[in-house]
Design a protein around this ligand. Structure first.
Ligand code: ZN
Length: 113
């Protein structure tokens, strides 16, 4: 499962950060997830709870911050914000758009004690 491997690598990062900062326990993890990253937030919560069990991040609150994406229209060069790869240009209605951004998948913040 996609979300499971994401959680595994997030946890690896968390453990690395904690070792560096000499933290005893993680209380909160804030992840920034782009709208085009193809991640189900519910599944991510579920996997994180399962994976963090017995680790330094056990019981930590997982907060997910959505990052929206943007797109550029091939027809009229309009730039606009969108969370949908299949959206139409708001200016000329064209479907020929190129999305960019919105692919973040990173630890935005970590609260430790
Ligand atoms: Zn357009």
């Amino acid at each position: 499962m996609h979300e499971m491997s994401i959680c595994e690598s997030v946890l690896e990062h968390i453990e690395g950060i904690c070792a560096r900062e000499n933290a005893q326990k993680v209380t909160k993890v804030i992840l920034e997830i782009g709208c085009f990253a193809g991640v189900e937030n519910d599944a991510l919560h579920f996997c994180f709870d399962a994976i963090s069990n017995g680790t330094i991040a056990e019981g930590a609150t997982l907060e997910i911050v959505d990052q929206s994406g943007s797109a550029t229209c091939f027809e009229c060069s309009e730039n606009f914000t969108t969370n949908d790869r299949l959206s139409l240009c708001p200016k000329c209605g064209s479907g020929r758009i190129m999305v960019n951004g919105g692919d973040a998948l990173r630890i935005k913040n970590l609260e430790v004690v």
